[in-house]
Design a protein around this ligand. Structure first.
Ligand SMILES: [Zn+2]
Length: 198
C-alpha cells in the first residue's frame, strides 16, 4: 500500500493535517495580502491604527504564529512511501523509511527555523514601528530623548529646551535617556505583576 506522508503529517495525523492544509490554502494568501498591505502602509505613514494592526498581526502575536504554522504546513511536501498493511498498524516492525522521506524531515526542520526567523524579524519590525509612532521629548543639544510621559525625569527637567517629536523624526545617533529607560522597565515590571494577579 502506498501512503502519501511527510514528517509533519505523520506527527500531526493524516486526517487533521489534510483538513488544516485545506484551511491553509485559504488563510495563507489572505494573510499575505493583509501583511503586504500593512507593510506598505507602515512604510509610507506613521499612524496609531497601523501600529495597533501591526501589533496584533505580527511578531509573537498568536495570529502571526498561527499564520506561520499554516505557511509551514502549506509548504510541506508529502512523498509516496510503500508500506505493507501489517507494518502500517504494527509500528515496531515498520521497515526503515526511504531516503526521500528523510528529506521531508530536513525540510520540516528548515521550515521551522525559517518560521522562527520570520517571527523574530516581524517582532522587531512591529516594535520599531511602535517606537516610530510614539512621541518623545528631544533634547537636541544633548542628543538625548526622553519619554513624553509624566515620569519625573530629572534630566528632562533640567534640559534647556525640549522638542516634542515622533520616534521616526529623531536623529538616529541620539540616545534614549537612561533614567527614562529605567523608569519604563520598572513600569513594565509593575504592569506584568498586575497582569499576573488572578
Ligand atoms: Zn529622561
Amino acid at each position: 500500500m502506498i501512503v502519501r506522508q511527510s514528517f509533519i503529517s505523520n506527527i500531526w495525523g493524516h486526517q487533521a493535517y489534510k483538513e488544516f492544509r485545506n484551511w491553509a490554502k485559504i488563510i495563507v494568501p489572505i494573510g499575505a495580502g493583509i501583511l503586504i498591505m500593512l507593510y506598505l502602509l507602515s512604510f509610507f505613514f506613521h499612524a496609531d491604527i497601523i501600529k495597533d494592526l501591526l501589533y496584533i498581526t505580527n511578531g509573537t502575536s498568536l495570529l502571526f504564529i498561527g499564520y506561520i504554522i499554516a505557511l509551514i504546513v502549506l509548504l510541506d511536501i508529502e512523498v509516496s512511501v510503500e508500506e505493507t498493511e501489517k507494518n502500517y498498524w504494527d509500528k515496531e516492525k515498520q521497515a526503515p523509511k526511504p531516503f526521500k522521506y528523510k528529506l521531508t524531515i530536513i525540510w520540516a526542520v528548515l521550515l521551522f527555523v525559517l518560521g522562527i526567523v520570520a517571527i523574530y524579524y516581524s517582532n522587531r519590525y512591529r516594535n520599531r514601528y511602535a517606537f516610530e509612532c510614539e512621541t518623545y521629548l528631544v533634547d537636541e543639544d544633548a542628543g538625548i530623548y526622553h519619554l513624553d510621559w509624566d515620569n519625573d525625569c530629572k534630566a528632562a527637567d533640567e534640559a534647556e529646551s525640549l522638542e516634542v517629536k515622533k520616534g521616526y523624526q529623531i536623529d538616529k545617533s541620539f540616545k534614549f535617556c537612561e533614567e527614562c529607560k529605567e523608569w519604563m522597565e520598572d513600569a513594565e515590571d509593575e504592569a506584568a505583576l498586575v497582569h499576573a494577579r488572578p
